[in-house]
Write a protein that binds this ligand. Structure first.
Ligand code: FES
Length: 82
């Protein structure tokens, strides 16, 4: 399986508006599906897109106004998980 890169914005705007929770949700999802080895998951500072945040990137795909549910949906699509 190709390793995918997930980058979550941990800038103060995104973090306080939902990425604090999304970080935990994504991490739990990766652990419970044993996907950690297929993923490089890291935080980043402000992407300069605060007004469209919270922001999460999966490879080159930028998810705007993300929440836990949307993040998981996108990850499931990437990994072909139902
Ligand atoms: S804090 Fe996330 S884009 Fe600015």
């Amino acid at each position: 399986m190709e390793k995918i890169e997930i980058t979550i914005c941990l800038g103060s705007s995104c973090f306080s508006r939902g990425n604090k929770n999304t970080l935990r949700v994504v991490d739990d999802f990766l652990k419970s599906n044993d996907l950690k080895k297929h993923v490089q998951f890291r935080g980043n500072h402000c992407f300069g897109m605060c007004e469209q945040g919270p922001i999460l990137k999966i490879n080159d795909q930028v998810l705007t106004q993300v929440d836990g549910d949307r993040a998981i949906k996108a990850l499931k699509a990437h990994f072909n998980i139902d």
